[in-house]
Design a binder for this molecule. Structure first.
Ligand SMILES: [Ca+2]
Length: 620
């Protein structure tokens, strides 16, 4: 606790001991923060798991403190990471949902489109906070808060070193063609490109391992990220470091090297998963899922050994948690594994199973080994907690509370949250004392649960406590600020989504026929401008365009194929360019595209351009 240090120094001076301790402050602790992806509350041995082996993390719990009431930032990946890195809950965070930015084109099919909704420039992150406190910082894993070349890149958001998946969609395949090391795209050896969402062909034998050979490569992303984490520890033992490890497992697709599956094969009744619920087929889905977690556990063992080997383990805080609850698709079986530990709900839900996650903290000499705490905490507490651990300046704006008092055995001094708040995809949840209010939609009735008496949220007691419901509803309202990009109102969100997808149709055509990425812009609208709009623009030298390319024709074909109606009242200008408009339900897109006349009548001159300008908006 940094605020005790001056008092200690004065005491030492008074005893005449200062000369023996010229540097009274101990070296700043290193911090390793490991975040699993979709790992449930009940999926570690120390949290009651019976079928999946996690010996390293169980040892970590024995050597540290285990929390029984820790919450992730969101029931899905990107916003959870945003709350962790910025110390703001989803009522205040910039990123409040996964956002694939569909205005860019076929984001799920075109592998050249990477990245998710980016953190804005100059966001104050944990990484930046610890850089300012003298730490060297690294992030290795799945980022999810920006893409190549935009403001969300990890190196622009407080991390000196970065290695991993920039884009969440890419992380649906653990044998990706590439990972990013800082700003460089690094090819992974032996990983051919394939789609991360496929079904087993009808003619394939589901019991034959060879049927699944095409859903893997030679380089398993988790292995090289683990190696990167170990190397970072080995290379930075002389300076305080922050190693942020948002690992992409056990999120689907179910993919893990054979030798790890072999440790589980035959232990469970297992039926082949043909891929009918998303992601990739797997012959032994239960064994594969368990093996993914155990292999991660082994890799974490390698990192802990590296801390021992370079002699910094005693001065390193190791934290393990998960970004949201276990999932329901891709061949997983959360019921079989009791993945939520009996809690209600799964990933994407604001019930406890979607957001309550394991939290283990090992801090030698400060945290009592084997301790268990029911202190209520959440992802936005990491920023002030790490500030205290590192002796960094406290963040000016945070929804979090430092957990250092409870960690260091001074529970009486620990500040308690008056409330915890989440919003996601139109739903809201608020925990206040024993109560939890939750609703799936702002139009839906509020459900009320007494978490003390009913931790599995089995009985809605809203009818018998209307006063509590009224109070918590008011707190939900005051806990948040509006977000233009992530409106709580589902109708508004749907309108924005439709207009962005409409621009995506145009962008995809432009990419295909012109071979270049257009610039896209989105104005999400707001109180003063209620209609969301988006734009697509591209200008390029004719030399760079495919011969005979006609962007207008390609875009028209795309609209026709998607069942849009052309507005025949918009006339072509007849000068080598065309202007036209298409509508579908409440979305209208206006497009100008083509080549200037000097280019189409005869030859193409070198300084000519092809161009595309388009805009879409809702009209109700
Ligand atoms: Ca996740």
């Amino acid at each position: 606790m940094s605020f005790h240090r001056p008092i200690l120094s004065i005491a030492l001076l008074g005893l005449g001991l200062a000369a023996c301790h010229p540097d009274a402050a101990p070296p700043k602790p290193n911090i390793v923060l490991i975040v699993a992806d979709d790992l449930g509350y009940g999926e570690l041995g120390s949290y009651g798991q019976q079928r999946i082996r996690t010996p390293t993390l169980d040892r970590l719990a024995d050597e540290g403190m285990r929390f029984t009431r820790h919450y992730s930032g969101s029931p899905v990946c990107a916003p959870s990471r945003a709350t962790l890195l910025t110390g703001l809950h989803t009522g205040h965070a910039v990123v409040r949902d996964n956002d694939e930015m569909t205005e860019r084109g076929d984001v799920w099919g075109d592998t050249l489109i990477e990245g998710n909704h980016p953190l804005p420039p100059e966001t104050y992150t944990i990484g930046r906070m610890l850089q300012d406190a003298g730490y060297v910082t690294a992030a290795i894993g799945k980022w999810g808060l920006g893409g190549p070349g935009d403001s969300g890149e990890p190196n622009l958001q407080g991390f000196d070193h970065w290695y991993g998946y920039m884009c969440q969609r890419e992380a649906h395949n653990y044998y990706p063609t590439h990972l990013w090391r800082n700003g460089t795209r690094e090819t992974l050896p032996g990983n051919p490109p394939f789609r991360a969402h496929q079904r087993l062909p009808a003619e394939a034998d589901p019991d034959d391992p060879a049927s699944y050979a095409k859903y893997r490569g030679e380089t398993y992303a988790m292995d090289v990220m683990m190696e990167g984490a170990v190397a970072f520890v080995q290379e930075h033992s002389e300076q305080p470091f922050f190693l942020y490890l948002p690992f992409p497992v056990p999120h689907v697709a179910l993919q893990v090297p054979d030798e790890s599956v072999a440790d589980y094969e035959g232990q469970f009744a297992d039926a082949p998963y043909p891929g009918d619920r998303g992601y990739l087929p797997n012959r032994t889905p239960r064994a594969a899922y368990a093996a993914m977690i155990t292999r991660m556990d082994e890799g974490i063992g390698d990192i802990l050994r590296a801390l021992d080997d370079v002699g910094v383990a005693e001065n390193t805080v190791v934290i393990f948690t998960s970004d949201n609850g276990p999932t329901f698709n891709g061949g997983t079986d959360s019921e079989f594994f009791s993945s939520t530990g009996g809690l209600r709900g799964l990933k994407t839900m604001l019930y406890e199973g979607g957001i309550r996650v394991p939290l283990i903290v090992r801090w030698p000499g400060r945290v009592a080994p084997g301790a268990i705490s029911d202190h209520v905490s959440a992802f936005w507490d990491f920023m002030p907690t790490l500030a205290d651990i590192a002796g960094a300046a406290r963040p000016l704006q945070t929804d979090g509370l430092s957990m250092v008092p409870v960690l260091t055995g001074d529970a009486a001094a620990q500040s308690i949250h008056e409330r915890l708040y989440w919003e996601y995809h139109g739903g809201q949840a608020l925990v206040s004392g024993q109560w939890k209010a939750v609703r799936s939609d702002t139009e839906a009735p509020v459900e009320l649960y007494d978490l003390t008496a009913d931790p599995t949220e089995s009985t809605d007691v809203s009818a018998s406590h209307p006063d509590v419901v009224e109070r918590l509803l008011g707190e939900m309202d005051s806990a948040r600020t509006p977000s233009a990009f992530f409106p709580l109102d589902r109708t508004k969100a749907a309108r924005l989504g439709r207009v962005r997808r409409a621009c995506g149709l145009i962008s995809a055509s432009a990419r295909e026929v012109l071979g270049a990425a257009p610039e896209t812009g989105v104005d999400p609208g707001g109180p003063g401008a209620p209609d969301p709009t988006c734009t697509v623009a591209l200008r390029q030298d004719a030399d760079g365009a495919p011969a005979g390319a006609e962007p207008s024709r390609a875009i028209r074909e795309a609209f026709d194929a998607a069942g849009w109606e052309e507005d025949l009242g918009v006339a072509a200008d007849g000068a080598g360019t065309t202007a036209f408009a298409y509508s579908q339900e409440n979305v209208r897109c206006e497009v100008s595209a083509g080549r200037p006349a000097s280019l189409v009548d005869g030859e193409i001159v070198a300084d000519g351009t092809v161009y595309l300008e388009a805009g879409c908006h809702t009209s109700d």
